[in-house]
Design a protein around this ligand. Structure first.
Ligand code: 26V
Length: 811
């Protein structure tokens, strides 16, 4: 289908609307057209999907499996059209048929199978793996409910279930014949065989069927189509088998079936505090066991050599510790099913598994109660015990200097299984996701492990797919770029650097600026439609969009807004450049403080937006239900990208990269990948403020910070906190005393007050800089020019050559 003309496209869409939806084109709805176009692009992708699989089989090339509890893919129709080389003609055909392409694409549910950074990274990685012609696939869970839908009602967050599969999902193919059985619980029997070796038999396990649903992942115009395999939990006993049974058994059966289906029931929200919930542990084992079984099946079908060669053909990257049961499960399969001895099985396992760490927040580290692991996964528990014993013995014997560290190194300690320790011990590579983050892992969080295994630790700074996050979401900017430097940047994002030649070219800067205004106008319409708030496209669009968490410091942002508001109330004539403060953030349902911050932002929005004394100089907008599709609307319209986490806390950040690539300037701390952005663009093209990671860590280790001192010495801060305590922004039901007490009585653990002054000063510099549009646009284009480094193509290239040892498929 590649070279259909627009007229042929029109015919094909008409025909598909009839054949798949049974409607004539003049009766068709946006939904009908969405399904018709999806069917057309599926046909195109399916051909390449089959061919890609055949080539992998024939060449027996090494493959990477990316195991992740989350894949935040968002909508797929437009990106599939783009990568299949069909987008432009399709758009034209749709318009000629009288349909608005954007509205057609918006018919698709936004697949929210992830919480935020970690899940979206997994989706970007799959796109880059396919675009770079690597053999690599995702393995995840087909949750029936994705991350909750957020509504803001009277300023409060309310969560609704995200039942995204209500209608047919055109991208998935159910592969019932490739189902596998997963076993939980049961009794383990040990036999001694004649040769002295041990054999394990399991009885009375609870059996769950894992059914794969495959989603094609198309590379950019290269005919490669890889797979994302999402597992769904089903009960294997059919309803009809139960017809003959007694009534009580029938209800028992239904109950059992329901509890099995719960395993792929919903995605857990990323909480402020890690909690060991048994259903989550079931989900993790379900993902790991199903994926490994299917990897083995594939290996046996194609390679047909002893499994001792597994590490030459397969590498498994685990996305955080969530799939770290892959270590004992791989050991179990190799020993109990494939009859390897411990040593060989351990050799294979530790050559196959690689682990990525995504956070150093200690409260987020996964630990499972020993008893829970023991009763849910008795055989895995035995294996973890053995891994732990051998490991601790080795440390004791070979590393006398680390003997006293054994309690912090042991995989099983104080009644808990420490998953990060299991992942490090059981893998050949441990990577952080930005330079600073990896350094902190080595020097602090995982210091003793680094002493033991220095060769395992490495950095892979995150990236984002520039095809979705620039080419697709900002077509106007993309074509301006292509006009001046040619289209090669689409395959080689580093070539964006050629834009530097145009960073002082006023006609070019004017065009880039006009595109930004155009995107802001579009977003302004959207905001008006959703919230009724009118915002000025000539105001500075100052944006913070990310999960709500104390360390990300949305509170610091809103304190600045309150400060500006106070200043304007004191002096209504104050000459400031108009600003629009935009927020998007979901709080975990049980995270009380985060929800208070959402309330405060919404409260300030309604006060400020409706205060005639402000004369529209500032507007505050909280857009509900921040997700991938909303990000796609906001990012191209952003002027200021707020990346203001407490230094050392944000492992990398990826929103910072997306906004930079769309010409926004970063206002940020020296944290995560902000540091690498700064190193590239230089101090004059970024607004950096606040404590450094070393300073923050020094305060944590040695004390010396007293939040109350700042309250007493900085009257701007005191005024804001007192306003919160005294109900200046409250109404009868709403008040913000918690924020006041939390900040002052817990000594402001994220240094909001400590960085306040530096933040205000940085904002003043932003404001002055914006007044000089020529300089601003020069800064903006400089940022775009250097953003190529943050393409996930670069990241995947590094994973592939340094960790996975994969070669690209030939063209
Ligand atoms: C933890 C939990 C615990 C409760 C159950 C659900 C759940 C889901 C996820 C997590 C861990 C989240 C860690 C994470 O998302 N880290 C982010 O990873 C990004 C990609 O590397 C990085 O850019 C962000 O800085 C980092 O916060």
């Amino acid at each position: 289908m590649p070279h259909l003309t627009i007229d042929e496209w029109i015919k094909a869409i008409e025909h598909k609307a009839e054949s798949v939806r049974g409607v004539a084109i003049n009766e068709a709805t946006d939904k009908d057209i969405y399904y018709a176009v999806s069917a057309l692009v599926t046909e195109e992708m399916n051909k390449n999907w089959l061919q890609t699989q055949e080539r992998y089989k024939e060449k027996q090339c090494k493959q990477v499996y990316y195991l992740s509890m989350e894949f935040l893919v968002g909508r797929l129709l437009e990106s599939n059209l783009l990568n299949s080389g069909l987008l432009n003609e399709c758009n034209e055909a749709l318009k000629k048929l009288g349909f608005n392409p954007e509205r057609v694409y918006a018919q698709e549910p936004d697949a929210g199978l992830g919480n935020g950074g970690l899940g979206r990274l997994a989706a970007c990685f799959l796109e880059s793996i396919a675009s770079l012609r690597y053999a690599g696939h995702g393995c995840g869970i087909r949750y029936r409910y994705g991350l909750f839908e957020q509504r803001i009602i009277h300023g409060h967050q309310v969560e609704l279930p995200d039942y995204w599969l209500k209608e047919e999902y055109p991208w998935e193919t159910r592969k019932a014949e490739e189902s596998v059985d997963i076993h939980f619980g049961g009794d383990i029997h040990m036999f001694k065989k004649n040769d002295g070796s041990l054999e394990f038999k399991y009885e009375n396990t609870d059996k769950v069927t894992a059914v794969p649903y495959d989603v094609p992942i198309a590379g950019y115009q290269n005919k490669v189509v890889n797979s994302l395999r999402l597992w769904s939990a089903e009960s294997n006993a059919s309803d009809s088998e139960m017809l003959t049974s007694q009534c009580s058994q029938y209800y028992h059966h239904l109950d059992h079936k329901h509890s099995i289906e719960q395993i792929s029931g919903f995605l857990y929200p990323d909480d402020s505090m890690y909690e060991g919930k048994v259903l989550r542990l079931k989900q993790q084992y379900f993902l790991v066991s199903a994926s490994l079984k299917s990897i083995f099946r594939q290996y046996k079908k194609t390679v047909r050599r002893s499994l001792i060669h597994l590490p030459d053909k397969i590498v498994i990257q685990i996305n955080d510790t969530h799939p770290s049961l892959a270590v004992p499960e791989l050991m179990r399969i190799l020993m109990d099913e494939e009859r390897f001895g411990w040593e060989d099985a351990w050799q294979i396992t530790t050559k196959v598994i690689a682990y990525t760490n995504h956070t150093t927040l200690s409260e987020a580290l996964e630990k499972w109660p020993e008893d829970m692991v023991k009763s849910l996964l008795p055989r895995l528990y035995m294996i973890i015990q053995e891994i732990n014993e051998r490991f601790c013995k080795k440390v004791w014997n070979d590393h006398p200097l680390l003997r006293e560290k054994i309690p912090e190194l042991a995989i099983i300690a104080d009644g808990q299984v420490h998953m990060a320790r299991l992942a490090i011990v059981g893998s050949f590579s441990v990577n952080g996701v930005a330079r600073l983050h990896t350094d902190i892992l080595k020097k602090k969080e995982m210091k003793s492990f680094y002493t033991l295994f220095p060769e395992r630790f490495n950095n892979k700074t995150n990236g984002i797919t520039h095809r979705r996050w620039l080419l697709q979401v900002n077509p106007e900017l993309s074509s301006l770029i292509t006009d001046v430097i040619g289209p090669q940047w689409i395959q080689r994002p580093n070539q964006l650097i050629s834009l530097l030649r145009y960073s002082k070219d006023s006609p070019f800067l004017d065009k880039v600026s006009a595109v930004k205004v155009h995107n802001k106008v579009k977003l302004a319409h959207f905001i008006h439609e959703k919230t009724g708030i009118m915002v000025d496209e000539h105001s500075i669009f100052d944006v913070q969009i990310k999960r709500l968490h104390e360390y990300k410091r949305q509170l610091l942002n809103i304190f600045h807004v309150i400060h500006l508001y106070n200043e304007l109330k004191d002096n209504p004539k104050l000459d400031i450049t108009p600003r629009t403060f935009l927020f998007g953030a979901k709080a975990a349902p049980s995270y009380h403080f985060a929800k208070e911050v959402i309330k405060l932002i919404n409260r300030m929005a309604s006060l400020i937006n409706n205060d005639p004394a402000i004369h529209d100089k500032i507007k505050v907008v909280f857009l509900e239900n921040y997700n991938v599709s909303l990000a796609e609307k906001i990012i191209p319209a952003t002027d200021i990208s707020e990346q203001i986490s407490t230094a050392s806390k944000e492992a990398s950040g990826t929103g910072n990269m997306k906004m930079m690539m769309n010409g926004a300037l970063t206002l940020g701390t020296l944290d995560g990948a902000n540091i690498e952005i700064k190193d590239l663009v230089g101090d004059k093209n970024i607004f950096i403020f606040g404590l450094t990671a070393d300073e923050v860590l020094h305060y944590y280790n040695h004390g010396g910070y007293v939040a109350r001192d700042i309250y007493h010495t900085d009257e701007r801060v005191r005024r804001i906190l007192d306003q919160l305590k005294d109900g200046a922004f409250g109404s009868q039901e709403i008040e913000f005393k918690d924020i006041y007490y939390h900040t002052l009585y817990h000594n402001d653990p994220y240094f909001v007050l400590r960085d306040f002054d530096a933040y205000i000063e940085a904002h003043e510099l932003v404001e002055q800089s914006y007044r000089d549009q020529a300089t601003w646009m020069n800064m903006s284009v400089t940022n775009i020019a250097y953003s190529g480094k943050f393409s996930s193509d670069r990241t995947i290239q590094e994973y592939a050559s340094e960790i996975w040892k994969l070669k690209r498929m030939e063209k």
